[in-house]
Design a protein around this ligand. Structure first.
Ligand code: FES
Ligand code: FES
Length: 153
């Protein structure tokens, strides 16, 4: 048994301390909003927040996380998240949707630490999350709109 501070609640999980968080979320807790892509830290599909940082959950074990807070797409909230979601819908960012939980996790971590990121800062923060559908230009536009740097059309 391990303790996990997840989406604002401390819970007990059966998984061993060496288990990667992604497996705990999807296999034990059946929280499938966090996606499995590569399992080896290269696609970014499994991105969650550990503390205030966006991290790939396939690369963080329960032992690594310890008492740090974990936020998944199911628990992501706040005014900046609402602004992102509204911009995402307005621009119709999503294609197949597979990568989009991770894109929102990375975007929200970015604008929480940098409320008005430049295009270069957006591209740098988002570059680790692969979108096979190529939604990158719409993601960039949505972040710029959500942060009030361009007007919505
Ligand atoms: S599944 Fe974690 S980085 Fe690809
Ligand atoms: S929307 Fe399909 S992989 Fe990104």
């Amino acid at each position: 048994m391990s303790r996990l501070n997840l989406n604002g609640k401390t819970i007990e999980v059966r998984s061993a301390p060496a288990t990667p968080l992604l497996w705990v979320l999807r296999c034990e807790l059946k929280m499938t909003g966090t996606k499995f892509g590569c399992g080896v830290g290269v696609c970014g599909a499994c991105t969650v927040h550990v503390g205030k940082q966006a991290k790939t959950s396939c690369q963080e074990t329960l032992a690594d996380i310890g008492a740090s807070s974990v936020t998944t797409i199911e628990g992501l909230q706040g005014p900046h998240v609402r602004a992102l979601k509204e911009a995402w819908l307005r621009i119709d960012v999503v294609q197949c949707g597979y990568c989009q939980s991770a894109q929102l996790m990375a975007a929200s971590a970015l604008i929480r630490r940098n409320p008005r990121p430049s295009v270069e800062e957006i591209d740098c923060a988002m570059h680790g999350i692969i979108c096979r559908c190529g939604t990158y230009p719409r993601i960039r536009q949505a972040i710029l709109e959500a942060t009030g740097q361009v007007r919505s059309s």
